[in-house]
Design a protein around this ligand. Structure first.
Ligand code: ADP
Ligand code: FBP
Length: 304
């Protein structure tokens, strides 16, 4: 079974504002709401690729109800810990640029954190867990150490799509099946600025040396790198009109994972991951399986 963990889900409020004026009254020319949060996006794209998973995390209030209903309508299984405060709303503002404002998230009580950790009792050998996204401020970093400890004891494979301090804390010691930083997160991890594919390769290799089995470094419109001890690939992506890149990275993780569990080679799983990421960037919502499959032939993979 695949589990995705989103400790800090969100309602993503995507809005388009023409002629945006900072400090003025602006009106949207288009707006839409979607459930968000990285693990949730991974589960939604997995489902579109025909792979089932269960969504875990903290959820609360009217925003939490919206997310649960939305996921249940898409026939995605959830097992959230219900918390008292509202799940956050993240703003995705489309002007000439894409600007994101992500909320800090609700207050989560100590007993709600314990309830979450107890839920992990059902993990079994061979399961895969995807740990993705930020944490509400009230949740201590130690929750990830606890989750990783449980997974290691139970022989559960861990995929990490984390950033900032969390990533810094867990990556030196955790045995991970897959890690997918974007170039910015990779740079943050090593205290450097990643400028281009060569830098991404150098620092991505450092993660492979730390015993991370598969590393994907995504570089937005520049493509992505796939690095392992045995082999490394670069995938180029086609040019196209970016409609909404929120969820593109999550789609890379979901595409790779669906390819992997369906028995594709790692190279082809990587291709499906990158195609899924680009298909999501080129659409308003997360990609469909058809959109990703259609792009597969345009993803050129080079062995490094
Ligand atoms: N401008 C773009 N053109 C084509 N593909 C894109 C573009 N931006 C993102 N993607 C696709 O989405 C993937 C993830 O994007 P990236 O921005 O690196 O990750 P994240 O969403 O985690 O920040 C890229 O590897 C690529 O496949
Ligand atoms: O937990 P964080 O880091 O605040 O990120 C949450 C945001 O990330 C997203 O999951 C999108 O992530 P990616 O663009 O990295 O794939 C949004 O749906 C959500 O608003």
């Amino acid at each position: 079974m695949i589990y995705t963990v989103t400790l800090n889900p969100s309602v993503d409020y995507v809005m388009k504002v023409d002629h945006f004026q900072l400090g003025g009254l602006n009106r949207t020319s288009w707006d839409e709401k979607f459930p968000g949060g990285k693990g949730i996006n991974v589960s939604r794209v997995l489902k579109r690729h025909g792979v089932s998973s269960k969504v875990l995390g903290f959820i609360g209030g009217f925003t939490g109800d919206y997310i649960e209903t939305f996921l249940s309508e898409e026939e995605i299984e959830t097992d959230f810990v219900k918390i008292k405060e509202d799940t956050r709303i993240n703003i995705k503002l489309h002007t000439d640029d894409e600007t994101e404002i992500n909320g800090t998230g609700p207050y989560v009580k100590a007993e709600e954190i314990s309830e979450f950790l107890h839920k992990l009792d059902f993990l079994r050998k061979g399961d895969i867990i995807v740990l993705a996204g930020s944490m509400p401020r009230s949740v201590p970093l130690s929750i990830y150490h606890a989750i990783i400890h449980i997974c290691e004891e139970k022989n559960v494979s861990i995929i990490a799509d984390l950033s900032g301090e969390v990533l810094k804390q867990i990556s030196p010691s955790a045995k991970l099946f897959l890690m997918k930083p974007n170039h910015y997160e990779l740079g943050e991890l090593f205290g450097v600025r990643i400028q281009g594919i060569e830098d991404a390769y150098i620092y991505g290799q450092k993660l492979v040396e730390k015993n991370i089995e598969n590393v994907i470094v995504s570089l937005a419109g520049e493509g992505a790198l796939f690095l392992t001890k045995e082999v490394s690939y670069f995938a180029s992506v086609p040019e196209g009109a970016v409609k909404n890149s929120a969820g593109a990275g999550d789609s890379v993780v979901a595409g790779f994972l669906s390819g992997f569990v369906n028995g594709k080679t790692r190279k082809e799983a990587f291709r499906l991951g990158v195609a899924s990421g680009t298909a999501t960037a080129f659409s308003i919502e997360l990609c469909t399986s058809e959109e990703a499959t259609k792009l597969m032939k345009e993803i050129k993979i080079t062995r490094l």
